[in-house]
Design a protein around this ligand. Structure first.
Ligand SMILES: Cc1cc2nc3c(=O)[nH]c(=O)nc-3n(C[C@H](O)[C@H](O)[C@H](O)COP(=O)(O)O)c2cc1C
Length: 313
């Protein structure tokens, strides 16, 4: 979609607007409604750009890539105040694990704003048992280099004390895990027998899938299961607050394999450890891996309703 077009983000009055632009000559602005996305104009815009005219296609209100509404009046485009119409339900359904990002940096202010919203996540006893280290630029490069060096020489350095998955995963979890992996590798054209291809894709975790920012979530290892769960709520809140601002994410427990190195790199306190990472940035919509959509078990499979009055027909 939008082949040959340039993708970009414009900052207008502090509001980030994603767009695609192509062609030359007098510009034509293509707007989409809600809840459509810019995809609705893809074919028309392609024709426009091959003719004598520039096509400019911004992402509008409530779509995944921006949080801005446009008002078009008398041939001029006015930018209304940055508002998002993304409902909680839409945000929950639209959030996906993004595994290919554009290199475009994220402003520190935007990352701060996302954390400022997510800090309202609940936690038992209001402990807020989390700390975050957000890395970008040179610090990001230092962390990816650390990962590269360790993987090239010593291999992952974390003990199996806290494995990401329990050993010998049982059903239905085993099949679910298998399926999402197979679906992803199929999209990438990496076969089951292509072990090095699969390893190379997994190693992309340690390049943050190209994301300009990685959040590292720190927890005190003395915390119990409860507090680790609460940290998870905080992480999901971040992912949703990011999405609302057109920022995509991928949670990355892959970083658990480097806990000791990261602990020393970040000079964490005695009991602190890195639980997980989260890549943050603008999705590369052209990357096949980002078209992966995972499924979920239906409500009947995991919920048991007891004591409800029968619905009257
Ligand atoms: C805590 C947590 C850690 C994860 N770690 C990784 C990871 O290291 N690498 C990765 O590619 N995906 C990771 N994922 C993404 C999951 O595979 C993904 O959430 C799941 O397959 C459902 O897909 P979706 O996020 O696109 O809905 C992680 C997800 C969670 C919640």
């Amino acid at each position: 979609m939008f082949e040959g077009f340039t993708r970009g983000h414009a900052n207008i009055d502090g509001v980030d607007i994603a767009y695609v632009i192509g062609g030359s000559g007098p510009p034509a602005l293509f707007l989409h409604g809600f809840p459509q996305s810019r995809a609705m104009w893809a074919r028309v815009v392609a024709l426009q750009a091959t003719g004598d005219g520039t096509a400019f296609e911004p992402c509008l209100l409530g779509c995944n890539f921006t949080t801005i509404s446009f008002i078009v009046r008398c041939g001029r485009t006015y930018v209304a105040q940055g508002v998002s119409m993304l409902t909680v339900t839409e945000a929950l359904k639209r959030r996906i694990s993004t595994r290919a990002f554009q290199p475009q940096p994220l402003a520190e202010q935007l990352v701060r704003e996302i954390l400022d919203v997510a800090r309202w996540a609940p936690s038992g006893g209001n402990l807020q048992p989390w700390k975050v280290i957000a890395v970008a630029g040179a610090e990001r490069a230092a962390v990816t280099e650390l990962a590269r060096r360790i993987h090239a020489t010593e291999g992952p350095d974390e003990s199996t004390e806290r494995p990401v998955y329990p050993p010998n995963l049982w059903e239905p979890y085993r099949t679910r895990r298998y399926k999402i992996g197979e679906d992803m590798y199929a999209l990438l054209g990496i076969s089951r027998s292509d072990r090095s291809g699969r390893l190379a894709q997994f190693a992309r975790n340690y390049e943050m899938f190209g994301a300009p920012v990685e959040l590292f979530f720190i927890i005190d290892e003395r915390m119990g299961y409860g507090q680790w769960t609460h940290l998870g709520m905080f992480m999901q809140s971040i992912a949703l607050a990011a999405l609302e601002r057109g920022v995509s994410s991928c949670m990355q427990e892959a970083w658990a394999s480097l806990r000791l190195s990261l602990k020393s790199h970040f000079a964490l306190d005695e009991h602190e450890l890195v639980y997980c990472g989260m890549a943050l940035g603008y999705a590369d919509e052209t990357a096949p891996v980002n078209s992966l959509r995972s499924d979920r078990a239906p409500v009947e499979e995991f919920a048991n309703f007891r004591g409800f009055a029968k619905a009257s027909i």
